[in-house]
Ligand binder design. Structure first.
Ligand SMILES: C[S@@+](CC[C@H](N)C(=O)[O-])C[C@H]1O[C@@H](n2cnc3c(N)ncnc32)[C@H](O)[C@@H]1O
Length: 263
């Protein structure tokens, strides 16, 4: 278990850093009004790491001809960066109408006309079965975990929301499609959900980042092996190590709570 600075608050839901830009409680991330209000004034915030840290993993897992669905785009530049790398058939969704409207304006102003942006809930994806080669999310499913309670034994309500999202993702993926989840959620917490018997995908992951690692999960639909033989594969690509203070930034607050507070 990684060591972390002790949480100064007795309530683990509270933001431990009074100088942080984040909301006073991580539970606020579950409130759609919070995101609308935030996106009204914020032009860009990149959760976790920017594209340069995992570009090599995107390039090795997404073909330029792929149709890609991004869940919870917010005001991230992930879709812009994929577009610049030649992946142009992209559909972004977000629950926040403000995020959607501002993302649409930004992409039009850049001339990235192929990228579609739709207001939608990832728990009820409004797309046909088998319609995307790739579904990708960065930090969006993590929002569902902020009220999970014990990370080893998450609340049933949290599990239901996560499973509804995963079932939708599995449904809209083509038979050989790939789900990419970029998160700080560690394999021992994600594995029981990702590897539910109803899913036909295999699971492997890479890490990136310095100090705190972020995870880049790759779930390949239709590639699940027999349970006896199946082992999660941790790819051997070197993780990127950059000199950056990862304790700064809002995702630290987010992560501290979700990883549990065993200190
Ligand atoms: C932590 S931010 C991540 C934003 C972006 N993916 C990034 O990497 O910077 C979570 C985003 O998910 C969106 N969101 C939250 N719940 C959602 C849901 N049920 N369906 C779709 N988007 C959702 C929020 O509006 C917000 O834009």
């Amino acid at each position: 278990m990684e060591s972390r600075p002790a949480n100064r608050n007795s309530d683990p839901n509270l933001n431990p850093d009074p100088n942080s830009v984040g909301p006073p409680s991580v539970l606020t991330y579950l409130d759609p009004h919070y995101w609308d209000e935030r996106f009204s004034s914020e032009e860009h915030y990149e959760w976790f790491k920017d594209y340069s840290h995992f570009q090599h993993l995107i390039k090795s897992n997404i073909k330029t001809s792929s149709s890609v669905l991004e869940l919870g785009c917010g005001n991230s530049q992930l879709c812009d960066e994929m577009y610049k790398d030649g992946i142009v058939d992209i559909t972004c969704i977000d629950l926040s109408s403000v995020a959607v409207q501002k993302m649409q304006s930004r992409l039009v102003s850049k001339g990235y006309k192929e990228i579609k942006v739709v207001q939608a809930d990832m728990l009820e994806l409004p797309f046909s079965n088998e319609s995307f080669d790739v579904v990708i999310e960065k930090g969006t499913m993590d929002v569902l975990f902020v009220d999970a309670g014990d990370p080893w034994n998450p609340r049933q309500e949290t599990v239901s929301k996560v499973m509804a999202t995963l079932e939708g993702v599995h449904r809209v993926l083509k038979p050989d499609g790939v789900f990419i989840s970029i998160t700080f959620g560690q394999p021992h917490f994600r594995r029981p959900l990702f590897k539910d018997p109803k899913f036909t995908w295999s699971m492997e992951y890479n890490t990136f980042g310095d100090g705190f690692h972020y995870f880049f999960y790759i779930l390949r639909k239709g590639k699940r092996c027999n349970e006896e033989k199946e082992e999660d594969e941790k790819c051997n690509d070197p993780s990127i190590s950059l000199y950056q203070d990862e304790l700064e930034g809002e995702d630290y607050i987010f992560r501290t709570h979700i990883d549990g507070d065993e200190d």
